[in-house]
Design a protein around this ligand. Structure first.
Ligand code: NAP
Length: 286
């Protein structure tokens, strides 16, 4: 008998992970490509990451995604970091290489930039206003600057985090970066080409919440993006659309980072349409 019953394993480690739809998307891609791969969604409590990473190696997994709260803690397990992951200071994707070493990448921001490229929106020379300075915002801010943004204005409640991100972008990229305090209702800086909500405001179950900005300062034609993907059509995007903005939802970022991860692990081009449709099905009726 020559049949191979052993599946290749990838997955996500985090807590909570119950609402993470990535497995449905990745497994749809594997099935479409006829790959006997599985994506397992694993609850790993804070403090249990060392054991979990030993398990990743013991199970001969091909790679994992890291989500809250492990994106920074995982750094000590990584043998080689991508340039972007080093600058961002966090890893969301690990590739287990055949020699047993671990490569760490951060694909959140790359997925975001690709979601703009898919809409024929270039970052070259653009002025970006970024709401938030957490994990997703760090990845997006650095990648936007690396993709050619001229200016990145970081708007964040916590000054320390906001300044740290602006300083990181200034130190490691050619973009001009500045921090704008988030006090009361924020006016979008004049000349903003691309406005991004990279906070968790509006995320399920707080589906009626909206980042506190003055939508009268969103100029018609501004590209307005939300990283929140659950729900897909957020109050932030609805308000921006009412001002004549070009809206980009969070599903594009999610599917694109999923596709980048798929390729990092399998070495093959991801079936993006199939994965996108699988993801959309997860949100039907929500
Ligand atoms: N579409 C995708 O593929 C994708 C991928 C990754 C993450 N995400 C989404 O990105 C969002 C952020 O995730 P994260 O990992 O970056 O979280 P995080 O590290 O906890 O950062 C949260 C950010 O939101 C800000 N924030 C929270 N409540 C706020 C409020 N009421 N007003 C203003 N700012 C507020 C925080 O500001 P302070 O610093 O002041 O606390 C911080 O900047 C989540 O909704 C997540 O689902 C989407």
């Amino acid at each position: 008998m020559s049949k191979n019953y052993r599946a290749e394993l990838v997955g996500v480690l985090g807590d909570p992970v119950e609402g993470n739809p990535t497995g449905a998307m990745e497994e749809a891609g594997f099935a479409h490509a006829g790959l006997n791969w599985r994506y397992i969604t694993v609850k790993v409590a804070p403090g249990a990451l060392d054991d979990a990473m030993a398990g990743v190696k013991a199970f001969n997994m091909r790679g994992v995604n890291l989500t809250m709260p492990h994106k920074i803690d995982v750094l000590k397990h990584i043998d080689e970091l991508s340039d972007a992951a080093r600058v961002i200071g966090a890893v969301n994707t690990v590739v287990c290489r055949p020699d047993g070493t671990l490569f760490g990448e951060n694909t959140d921001g790359k997925g975001f930039v690709q979601s703009l490229t898919d809409r024929d929106i270039s970052l070259e020379g653009k002025a970006v206003t970024l709401l938030g300075a957490g994990g997703a915002a760090r990845s997006i801010g650095v990648e936007c600057a690396m993709a050619g943004a001229r200016r990145v204005t970081v708007v964040n409640r916590s000054e320390a985090r906001g300044r740290a991100l602006a300083d990181t972008i200034s130190a490691h990229t050619k973009a001009d970066a500045e921090y704008l305090p988030w006090q009361g209702t924020v006016r979008v800086p004049e000349g903003t080409d691309i406005l991004i909500n990279a906070t968790c405001v509006g995320l399920f179950p707080d589906v009626d919440a909206c980042p506190d900005i003055d939508f009268d300062t969103v100029a018609p034609g501004t590209v307005v993006c939300d990283v929140v993907f659950n729900p897909v059509d957020t109050p932030f995007l609805k308000n921006a659309a009412a001002r004549g903005a070009i809206c980009v939802d969070g599903l594009g970022m999610l599917v694109n980072q999923g596709c980048i991860n798929y390729t990092l692990w399998t070495g093959e081009k991801a079936p993006k349409e199939v994965m996108y449709e699988a993801l959309k099905r997860e949100f039907v009726g929500q």
